[in-house]
Design a protein around this ligand. Structure first.
Ligand code: MG
Length: 247
């Protein structure tokens, strides 16, 4: 069953999401050529804790950091390290926040300096694919209406959608029912209802959709090593339509 959140729970989730949105904007301003991914992580943890919240990923199934830093062909779950970001890199930042036991989750992808036009387009298409998917997060729609809309937009732009990793319900834990694929057939899946909270997160590749996991046991990369982009928001389904909590 997909859990429904009360008005009160949604208010706390909104606070969780606001903290996340704030931290993400701060990080965005700090991403520059020459920064180490480990420095981004340290800053993220400091900012989350300064807001009275906890990093939701750190320690989750043993993940060692506050933020996932996924560079270039890394799709998700990149581990912060001494890697120095260079001109032409792209980086996905994925952050989870736990505020008073209420979880929010969001991701963005940024380019460092000049990147090829096609890479820029990959980032833009992924950002818009998320916005397109969110439009379908309406009471009375089917879950896979979200999925189908994301897939359609990505593939119309000649990119591919990752299959192995999907979005998820969220709220009282980081991952709740349902799984939200970024591909599928409209009109299928459970009916969406007011009070559902969903982490919608397209992961889109320039080349093929296939992924593999690096030897660290975490980091997913594209099998063909083509670049990949990732955007995510935590979204509540309300009477007035989708409400993005992690803006
Ligand atoms: Mg997520």
């Amino acid at each position: 069953m997909i859990p429904l959140k009360s008005e009160k729970e949604l208010q706390i989730l909104e606070r969780s999401g606001k903290i996340l949105g704030f931290v993400m904007r701060e990080l965005e301003g700090k991403i520059k050529v020459g920064i180490r991914t480990r420095e981004i992580d340290a800053l993220a943890e400091e900012l989350v804790r300064a807001k009275g919240a906890l990093p939701a990923f750190k320690g989750y199934k043993g993940f060692p950091a506050t933020v996932c830093t996924s560079v270039n062909e890394e799709i998700v779950h990149g581990i912060p390290s001494d890697r120095i970001l260079a001109e032409g890199d792209i980086i996905g930042l994925d952050l989870g926040v736990n505020y008073q036991g209420y979880f929010s989750d969001a991701a963005i992808t940024l380019a460092l300096g000049k990147v090829p036009a096609k890479v820029k387009k990959l980032i833009e298409v992924t950002r818009i694919a998320l916005a397109e998917g969110i439009k379908e997060a309406q009471a009375g729609n089917h879950l896979l209406d979200i999925s189908a809309r994301i897939q359609k937009y990505a593939e119309a732009n000649h990119f591919s959608v990752v299959r192995q990793f999907v979005g998820h319900g969220i709220g009282l834990s980081l991952h709740e029912e349902p799984e939200i694929p970024n591909f599928g057939q409209a009109g299928h899946g459970p009916l969406l209802k007011e009070g559902m909270v969903l982490a919608i997160e397209p992961m889109i590749n320039m080349g093929g959709w296939e992924a593999e996991i690096l030897d660290n046991g975490w980091t997913a990369v594209t099998k063909d090593r083509s670049p990949s982009a990732h955007f995510e928001h935590t979204v509540a389904i309300t009477a007035k339509g989708p409400k993005i909590l992690t803006k």
